[in-house]
Design a protein around this ligand. Structure first.
Ligand code: FMN
Length: 201
């Protein structure tokens, strides 16, 4: 599209998302890779929470969490999710929607192993999203898993990644007088070609 210049240029939306995230890494004070992840429960009630985007692959976005959490339950029952990244320093957002599959096996093992020991033990100790009696009970669980696994906890079977393969990616950049620029990349399914449209702000 002739009109797609400046920060919107390029024919690969994943490369574009990576480039925007790289810019944000230089300007954001904290967590430039934080995404607001939206899911929907069985009754259709939406839900949102922040998670960290850990990888932008050739054709997918990857984040990690507890497979017994509420978000996991909602992702698995709907099979799809959406997220938005917003960088206040750049005044830009990227919106992504699509089907989601698990990232397990060696890729998840490698990412888990790259985390700090405390984070790895914390993943074992936390029954994410379920009620907790007290902070003391959580710390007792951390002590228990530390005694069990020592310095090399394996990836818990209930913890791993999710890969979102988008059918829609929208790049948004702030413009003067609310005349923002928006470009939506869309395709009917993750195997099809992208169509790119400029949208009204
Ligand atoms: C900046 C930020 C980053 C976070 N990153 C993650 C993450 O990568 N994975 C995760 O499971 N929770 C992460 N959390 C915690 C989630 O927001 C949430 O509290 C937790 O995953 C439970 O959500 P759920 O009950 O909807 O499953 C993060 C929170 C914040 C504020």
């Amino acid at each position: 599209m002739a009109d797609r210049t400046g920060p919107f240029e390029g024919d690969d939306p994943f490369a574009l998302a990576r480039a925007w995230l790289r810019e944000a890494e230089a300007t954001e004070p904290n967590d430039p890779n934080a995404i607001a992840l939206a899911t929907v429960d069985a009754s259709g009630l939406p839900n949102a929470r922040m998670v960290l985007l850990k990888e932008i692959e050739d054709a997918a976005f990857v984040f990690y969490t507890n497979y017994e959490s509420r978000k996991a339950e909602e992702i698995e029952s709907a099979g799809r999710a959406a997220f938005v990244m917003h960088w206040k320093t750049l005044r830009r957002q990227v919106r992504v929607r699509g089907p989601v599959v698990r990232v397990e096996g060696p890729q998840a093992d490698a990412y888990f192993a790259s985390r700090s020991l405390r984070s790895r033990l914390g993943a074992w100790a936390s029954r994410q999203s379920r009620p907790l009696e007290s902070r003391a009970a959580l710390l007792a669980e951390v002590a228990r898993v530390t005694a069990r696994f020592g310095a090399s906890p394996p990836r818990p079977p209930f913890w791993g990644g999710y890969r979102l393969e988008p059918v829609e990616i929208e790049f948004w950049a702030d413009g003067p007088f609310r005349l923002h620029d928006r470009f939506r990349w869309s395709r009917p399914d993750p195997r099809s070609e992208w169509e790119v449209r400029r949208l009204n702000p």
